[in-house]
Design a binder for this molecule. Structure first.
Ligand code: ADP
Ligand code: MG
Length: 726
């Protein structure tokens, strides 16, 4: 039986929008309905339990067993009102994505029946059978078991019939096996390092927060068409497919009207997200056809990251209700934009000061410049590591694709801040940094605007751009766990702030006033970064690679090589100093990363070869048979084939493409066999990197065939069908 592509296309085209399930009230009434937030805590816990829990959440104080039991009891009461029957620890293993293992709440009551039970122990800790999560040999060598432990700073929530408890996942010997553990450590490190500096400017500051506001890009494709593409189903991207005659060149999709089927999906997603406490704010069409974006209001980084993980799960599940499949892959279609997940990042204090935004007065501005410059210094020192943190087999297709940031980490400051930094190098250290316009026109002053209004000044080609009160890390992949990027950024900034504070203390000890001491330490830092990591030019320009190399920035493009940076001495030292990773953890994680890379390319290569042999060549042969019949008929009727030049030309082309495909597929199989025999993981990943490149080579003759073979015989939904039906 063969699937008729035209039936699928027709069916997809005729699908009607499914109305979203809209709740009765306003968003403010159902927001957080499915989250055990502070309001619910106050309702379901007694006063002492509540204050112990708040102390645990806000100040990291441990909870004793009896209090944990009471917290669990309150959660259970709330959950049962929502018809919950199961509970799970919800964690983020290194596979990317989330993991859960559901336990029913029932226990024997000793009288022949059951009761619903949930206690502090089950809340605090669980031992999932974890031996098959990737761990880079940690558990094999040391301790077979791993356990999950409750993260009280991220509230418990309900998904369907299950109470989900966000947890960390660690081995019994204490090594992190997940993303959350190091993220929490990095957030703490940056808070601890920033706090003493903030206190010099504002003594009442008690805590520094790391904020994250992610923007999630994604594609939607119709599920029937998706199901007819083995490559999409298995690898998340199309491994072949000729470009559609029209794709994004007219820019008619970006910010265009949202198609009604998609709009209903978005509405459903937002309502569910809001009930789960995810403050989704923005939705719009993206540049590529069938590409969209959504973004929440930013929040504390650990919680914001959990919410992004949760949202990615929700997207998949809600899309199916609307007959779509969500593609979170960084590059599902060749020739049009891929998807990223911009990570907007900033630091702020518990007194409400945003540390990457201008202050109220000269000292406030000096504090801003202090943090601003130190962030840039951290990014410069660890630019290779920043890139390694977002490197993956899938994101590799997007970076450097002339649409997304290049595989070089530089920072965009904008004209204003570049001017401010250059000026600071020229003026005496006691020159105040004033808000523009306050002191009239005075050329000697260093001035910054109160608010950066000039957003047109934004440079979309930069991977790390200052956008007025935050940096936007744009190189993060759409399918990634934001923690990868956020761990490195927060830890690197923490290390830099520690070193800055050390130098500052020396200056202060010599009796200098704060403003002069700060500027005296900042100046050499500014001088060392302004012409290195700071780059406002076109990141897509081919000359940039060479210039970046001359500036000493990392220009490596191979993912297996990038990963190596994690165990370079300066990285190991930075992660050790900030308490984020031990060497053992870094080595284990690199193994996981290489392994993931290998497996992903291996799967793609298998799918590619099978599709070439099982789908493409047979379709081409079918068409060739038709053409040959044509030619034979002509020979029979007219006694020659002089009227068959087109047919004969096509037959020749088809022959040569089929031969090319067959030969390349054979070579790829052999290359895989060779690669698989390599013992060392890094070396094997390098061999697989070559296979990844060969995938493009094998794709070319296939796409050429698609252009030539009779449309009716082509077995796979084409780009124009996948991208324009919604
Ligand atoms: P754009 O597409 O223009 O970059 P969006 O509105 O789509 O802007 O996304 C901006 C994101 O940045 C939002 O998630 C927003 O909440 C977040 N954001 C705004 N201010 C900050 C900040 N100070 N720190 C972190 N994230 C922020
Ligand atoms: Mg943005």
């Amino acid at each position: 039986m063969s699937i008729d592509r035209f039936d699928l296309v027709k069916e997809s085209f005729e699908k009607k929008a499914v109305p979203a399930e809209c709740p009765e009230g306003k968003p403010s009434e159902y927001f957080g309905e499915l989250v055990f937030d502070r309001k619910k805590m106050a309702r379901y816990l007694d006063k002492d339990t509540l204050s112990a829990l708040f102390d645990c959440i806000d100040n990291g104080k441990p909870l004793d067993r009896a209090t944990a039991d009471k917290v669990a009891e309150g959660m259970k009461e709330w959950a049962l009102e929502h018809h919950v029957t199961h509970v799970t620890h919800w964690f983020q293993p290194l596979t990317e994505g989330t993991a859960e293992k559901h336990d029913s709440l029932i226990e024997y009551d000793g009288k022949g029946g059951v009761i619903e039970k949930f206690d502090g122990k089950s809340l605090a800790q669980q031992e999932p059978d974890a031996s098959s999560f990737p761990n880079g040999g940690i558990r094999a060598t040391f301790e077979a078991r791993g356990y999950t432990a409750w993260d009280p700073t991220s509230p418990v929530f309900i998904m369907d019939d299950t109470l989900c408890i966000p947890t960390v996942f660690i081995s019994y010997t204490g090594e992190a096996l997940d993303y959350k553990t190091p993220l929490k450590k990095a957030i703490k490190a940056v808070c601890d390092a920033a706090l003493p500096i903030c206190k010099l400017f504002e003594p009442s500051v008690g805590k520094v927060y790391s904020y994250l506001g992610w923007e999630q890009e994604y594609f939607l494709v119709d599920e029937s068409l998706y199901a007819a593409r083995p490559d999409l189903m298995i690898t998340g991207r199309t491994l072949m497919g000729h470009a559609s005659s029209k794709n994004q060149q007219l820019d008619d999709h970006y910010f265009g009207a949202i198609p009604s089927r998609v709009a209903e999906f978005m509405r459903d997603l937002e309502i569910t997200g809001h009930k789960l406490g995810i403050p989704i704010k923005t939705r719009h069409n993206e540049v590529a056809p069938n590409q969209f974006e959504l973004a929440p209001i930013y929040g504390e980084a650990n919680l914001a990251n959990d919410q992004n993980q949760l949202l990615m799960n929700l997207m998949n599940y809600i899309a199916r209700k609307h007959g779509f499949v969500v593609l979170l892959h960084e590059k599902p279609f060749e020739g049009i934009n891929g998807s990223g997940k911009h990570n907007n990042w900033s630091l702020g204090t518990d007194t409400g000061t945003m540390l990457l935004a201008p202050g109220k007065d000269a000292m406030g501005n000096l504090q801003f410049v202090t943090f601003f410059v130190n962030v840039l210094a951290a990014v410069q020192k660890h630019n290779a590591l920043m890139k390694a943190s977002i490197a993956s087999a899938t994101n590799a297709h997007r970076l450097g694709g002339n649409e997304a940031p290049p595989a070089i980490i530089s920072a965009f400051l904008g004209r204003t801040m570049t001017g401010v930094l250059r000026k600071l190098l020229e003026v005496p250290s006691d020159t105040p940094i004033e808000i523009a316009g306050k002191k009239g026109k005075n050329l000697g002053l260093v001035e910054i605007p109160e608010i950066f209004v000039d957003n047109t000044d934004r440079n979309r080609t930069s991977p790390f751009a200052f956008t007025g009160n935050r940096f936007e890390y744009r190189a993060v992949g759409s399918s990634a766990n934001c923690a990868g990027a956020m761990i490195t950024l927060n830890a690197a900034v923490a290390e830099q702030l520690l070193s800055f504070k050390e130098s500052l203390d020396k200056e202060l000890a010599s009796g200098k006033p704060l403003n002069i001491a700060v500027m005296d330490v900042l100046k050499p830092i500014i001088a060392s970064i302004i012409d290195v990591v700071c780059f406002d030019g076109n990141g897509y320009a081919p000359e940039w690679t060479e210039e970046a190399r001359l500036r000493g920035l990392d220009t490596e493009t191979s993912v297996p090589e990038m990963i190596k940076v994690f165990t370079r001495q300066e990285s190991v030292e930075m992660f050790r100093k900030t308490g984020v990773y031990t060497l053992k953890e870094l080595e284990a994680r690199n193994e996981v990363k290489w392994e993931m890379y290998i497996k992903k390319v291996q799967i793609e290569s298998r799918v590619m070869v099978r599709m070439a042999i099982n789908h493409i060549i047979p379709a081409a042969l079918d068409y060739k048979r038709k053409l040959l019949k044509e030619v034979a008929l002509s020979q029979a009727v007219f006694g020659d084939t002089s009227g068959c030049s087109v047919e004969l030309g096509l037959i020749n082309q088809i022959n040569s493409y089929i031969e090319e495909i067959s030969a390349k597929a054979e070579t790829m199989k052999k290359a895989r066999k060779m690669a698989n025999s390599i013992e060392d993981l890094y070396e094997r990943a390098v061999a697989y990197h070559k296979i990844a490149e060969a995938l493009n080579d094998l794709r070319r003759p296939i796409d050429k065939l698609e252009e030539r073979v009779d449309n009716r015989s082509w077995p796979l939904p084409k780009y124009r069908e996948l991208l324009f039906i919604s």
